[in-house]
Design a protein around this ligand. Structure first.
Ligand code: 3HC
Length: 684
């Protein structure tokens, strides 16, 4: 018998138990084991019904995603697995706990009955991997719950609870938590007593028409742009409506096959594993202690400090919020409250919950009140002298062993740490704005930051529902450092006379929801010029009162609905600055040239981050760009995308642009090495 399979017989019921940690993914070995279990029990005359369950934390969480890199899928494939379950001569009861996802859920649908504990969840998340449920899910689910609800579930990729699943007929019974095996046995015995009917989802008629799918498609309209899977999913569900079951299955298989080899899916699978890698730091093993974070201090109640505070409140961690002036403190607290009240007004929180969260804040006017916190995060003005002053004082205020963190986005963390007596307790926690929303947390490791501190904050990131990416100390760390090129080049092209709309459009076409010029206006030009010296284009905009979207005008004009329009005044400011800076005019650049100027230096800078050890791995850079700057997921992030171009083509592109556009395009040593050797960034 295989290592992952255990079979036993209890009364007249045969149990198949699969144990393949961590999530019982349906690898070739697991598929083989399930089929073998079914064969064993079908051959045993003492067995009248079969229960299929999993050991460990979950029922099958889907196909083994890593196997999709090695096509074709090995035998026995998913068709063989589903057929073995569905055509079993004895009824098969899927007994579900944890998360029955993707192929795991589809396997449950191919069984004759399904029972689950209340905490179980069911979902088809394939869309997030750029594929569709390819093990019969697009054909069986519409037969069980109707075509439109099935499309909704597959397009959203969101799991549903056991209660919801029972209500919609996805499962037959919810059983007592912790008693899954006994309850499934009892259920199976009842099935036998009632005549052992083999209920097959395939035999049911699909409720709903192709027209019923329209509202669902409309609801998910934004998801279709750039992603290939949603369109294919619609076609597969349409096939369930219009074709007999077997033909529908064949159509699903064909569509699944197309997606599996698509660049979009390869990119999304890369991102799936990349996001699960970031918290792993090579020199920090499980032996490094994680310190408890029971209470946090935040210095600065502005937009950033307030947003940071909210993360901890939502995780149930009390925050002491420090401001220097009562008025600023009141304003900060009021903003947090307003945010929560807005959420409550939308019905996503109760008034009582708002009060509970607000009750976790202790507003104070002095850093002296931070003596008892486990972690302080400073979120004040980006000015090294102010930060050094604060850290120097914290040293004397906080207890020994408290972590001192800076939210600096550009400054030298080592210089900040040097203002304290214990730089090993200092770390960078760089949140992205709005800090309560954006999922990225860059953890900046100073030259002396201790391993305990890094281990603790990497773990803490998960507690506050952020994905941590570790960065070394440098100007801008990872996300800001690489993306700065996009900001610089977009302005440079504006000065060369390239129409603003065109610059934005090229990036929209690439897949960014917002083009770089619009992004500048959204961030705020005054924020962006902070620290800049001499006359700058954005400085001229700010001087003219055009600070961006918040003032109704920046590079574009904005109406009350934030719809943008071209502005004569903005065009004049750009032309004046171009004349002042002697920028040669070149307005007719091709889309391809614009794309290369904006994105090649980003990949090149990512390569420099790898070379310098600022980023641990290329996939971390991808995660930082995707989660910090909404880089389109279906390209896999800048480094994965760089690999799809190839280092050689990238090098040629950079070399062609460097003579005219300067140092931003000077190829990094790593790009040169990979171009010469034929290697990939994402192997680093
Ligand atoms: N294949 C391979 N590895 C998987 C996996 C899968 N389907 N699901 C999870 N893993 C791995 C993770 O990479 C991670 O590995 P690591 O410890 O080495 O980093 C480990 O299992 C634990 O995963 P998480 O860190 O994500 O653990 P959580 O407890 O936070 O979440 C989960 C568990 C909800 C199951 C989550 O892992 C998940 O959502 N997994 C993906 C589910 C999925 O997309 N299924 C569909 C697959 S495609 C499919 O089935 C096609 C079919 O239609 C033919």
């Amino acid at each position: 018998m295989s290592e992952v399979l255990a079979t036993r017989v209890v009364g007249n019921v045969g149990i198949i138990e699969i144990d393949s940690p961590p999530v019982n993914a349906l690898s070739t070995a697991v598929r083989t084991a399930v089929i073998e279990g079914l064969r064993i029990h079908n051959a045993d005359d003492a067995v009248a019904a079969i229960v299929l369950l999993c050991a460990g934390r979950t029922f099958f969480a889907g196909a083994d995603i890593a196997e999709f890199d090695d096509l074709p899928i090995k035998q026995p494939d998913f068709d063989a697995l589903m057929a073995a379950a569905e055509s079993s001569a004895k009824p098969v009861v899927a007994a579900i706990h944890g998360t029955a996802l993707g192929g795991g859920f589809e396997l449950a649908l191919a069984c004759h009955y399904r029972v689950a504990v209340p905490s179980a969840k069911f979902g088809l998340p394939e869309v997030h991997l750029g594929i569709l449920p390819g093990a019969g899910g697009t054909q069986r689910l519409p037969r069980l719950i109707g075509a439109a609800p099935a499309l909704e579930m597959i397009l959203s990729g969101k799991p549903v609870s056991a209660a919801k699943a029972a209500e919609s007929g996805l499962i037959d019974q919810v059983v007592e938590e912790g008693k899954l095996e006994e309850a499934a046995l009892a259920f199976a015995q009842n099935v036998v007593a009632d005549g052992a009917a083999l209920v097959k989802v395939r035999d049911k008629a699909v409720q709903g028409t192709v027209a019923d799918l329209e509202p669902v498609k409309a609801r998910h309209k934004r998801q279709f742009k750039g992603f290939k899977a949603p369109g294919h999913i619609v076609q597969a569900v349409e096939a369930a409506i219009t074709l007999p079951f077997e033909q529908g299955l064949a159509r699903e298989k064909e569509l699944f096959g197309e997606l599996l080899v698509s660049r979009e899916s390869a990119a999304q699978r890369h991102v799936f594993f990349a996001q699960r890698q970031t918290a792993k730091v090579p020199d920090i093993g499980k032996d490094v202690p994680i310190l408890p974070i029971r209470k946090v201090g935040v210095i600065g109640a502005g937009t950033m400090g307030g947003g940071i505070t909210m993360n901890f409140l939502q995780a149930g961690i009390p925050v002491t919020l420090v401001e220097m002036k009562q008025e600023a403190l009141d304003r900060g607290i009021a903003t947090i409250r307003k945010n929560y009240e807005r959420t409550a007004a939308k019905g996503r929180m109760t008034a009582e919950q708002v009060e509970q969260l607000m009750g976790l804040i202790t507003p104070v006017l002095s850093m002296d009140e931070l003596a008892d916190v486990d972690l302080v995060i400073e979120a004040v003005f980006e000015e090294i002298s102010i930060k050094r002053d604060i850290f120097g004082k914290l040293d004397g205020i906080c207890r020994d062993g408290a972590i001192l963190a800076s939210n600096t986005s550009f400054l030298d963390l080592n210089e900040i740490a040097a203002a304290t007596k214990s730089p090993e307790w200092v770390v960078g926690l760089h949140f992205f704005s709005p800090a309560n929303v954006m999922p990225l947390l860059e953890v900046v490791r100073g030259a002396k930051t201790s391993r305990e501190v890094i281990a603790t904050v990497m773990k803490l990131a998960g507690t506050i529902k952020k994905t941590p990416v570790l960065a070394g100390v440098c100007h801008g760390f990872i996300a800001n450092r690489i993306m700065e090129h996009l900001i610089v080049q977009s302005q440079q092209m504006a000065l060369e006379g390239v129409p603003l709309r065109k610059i934005d459009q090229v990036m929209n076409d690439y897949g960014f929801a917002m083009g770089p010029i619009s992004m500048l206006d959204l961030i705020g030009l005054d924020v962006l010029i902070h620290g800049a010296e001499g006359r700058t284009l954005m400085g001229d905009f700010v001087d003219a009162g055009r600070r961006g979207q918040k003032t109704g005008k920046g590079f574009y004009d904005y109406d009350a609905d934030r719809k943008s329009a071209l502005s004569d005044e903005a065009a004049r400011i750009i032309a004046d600055f171009a004349a002042y800076a002697n920028v040669p005019q070149d307005p007719d650049q091709s889309d391809e040239q614009i794309m290369k100027r904006l994105l090649y230096p980003v990949v090149n800078e990512g390569a420099k981050c790898l070379e310098e050890g600022i980023a641990l791995r290329a996939s971390d850079i991808d995660v930082a760009a995707i989660l910090g700057y909404n880089w389109p997921v279906f390209t896999g992030g800048p480094m994965f995308w760089g690999d799809t171009i190839g280092a050689k083509a990238l090098l040629e592109g950079l070399e062609a642009l460097e003579p005219r556009y300067g140092a931003d395009f000077a190829p990094s040593a790593l790009v040169r090495t990979l171009a010469a050797e034929g290697g990939r960034f994402t192997d680093r």
